[in-house]
Design a protein around this ligand. Structure first.
Ligand SMILES: N[C@@H](CCC(=O)N[C@@H](CS)C(=O)NCC(=O)O)C(=O)O
Length: 233
């Protein structure tokens, strides 16, 4: 049985959503067959009678589940004989901590640096909605939000230092010897940026890059099934 995952689509085959990425990696981690079905921002409300405001959403054997964390929990409880995403409640809690760290140290800088790039790479039919909803949320035009973004890109780059230092402990993945949900969350953020960035986030010699390429190679090159701009320069 193939699991359907609704996956945010932008121009030219770009799949930018960091939350959809972690869900696709979660499915691959568990060895579950899935189809990533592209959906534009404006199409989400037409799914399942408007039950969800965001993607990812999965459909599995007639059941549908939204929100990346609820999906991860659903997959671990529904498929207990496949590799766990969260081996213990402690691992799950630590992954939540990593997510909150990403939300506080890098996400605001990334959003205020790349929100206009997301708009410019969105499907044409979605651009007016995207601009209006984000400008309402941010209280300024996208152009005003992104003005002077170089210093915030720098801050986001610095915000990734704890990940660099973790990988410098001699482990190939953030999760240790083997890739895990923490890797998928962080890689999801970088895939998001790389999908749309017109200003590269990382420097060409960033020690995160070998890890990032390693994660992109996983599961038959899952992280290579999307169009990317340059992440580093
Ligand atoms: N808490 C949700 C967040 C998902 C989310 O924010 N998805 C964005 C794409 S990255 C979305 O679908 N946005 C739709 C919209 O803004 O209309 C999760 O973890 O799945």
């Amino acid at each position: 049985m193939t699991i359907l995952v609704y996956d945010l689509e932008c121009m030219d085959g770009r799949r930018p959503s960091p939350f959809c990425w972690r869900t696709k990696y979660a499915l691959a981690h568990k060895g579950l067959a899935f189809e990533a079905r592209p959906v534009g921002f404006g199409d989400i409300q037409s799914l399942y009678g408007g039950a969800y405001k965001t993607v990812p959403i999965i459909e599995d054997d007639g059941r549908h589940v939204g929100d990346s964390w609820a999906i991860a929990d659903y997959l671990d409880s529904t498929y207990p004989d496949t590799p766990k995403l969260f081996g213990t409640p402690t691992e799950r809690a630590l992954c939540r901590y990593i997510e909150m760290t990403l939300f506080t140290t890098i996400a605001p800088h990334l959003l205020s640096s790349y929100v206009k790039d997301i708009h410019d790479h969105a499907l044409e039919k979605d651009r007016a909605y995207f601009r209006e909803s984000r400008e309402k949320r941010l209280g300024r035009t996208l152009e005003e939000v992104c003005a002077g973004r170089e210093s915030r890109v720098e801050q986001a780059r610095e915000g990734l230092q704890s990940i660099r230092l973790t990988l410098a402990q001699g482990q190939p993945f953030i999760s240790g010897e083997h890739p895990g949900y923490a890797d998928y969350m962080v890689a999801g953020f970088l895939l998001w940026v790389a999908s749309v960035a017109t200003l590269p986030l990382l420097r060409a010699d960033d020690s995160l890059l070998p890890w990032f390429e390693r994660v992109r190679d996983l599961y038959g090159g899952l992280g290579r099934t999307t169009t990317l701009n340059a992440l580093a320069a």
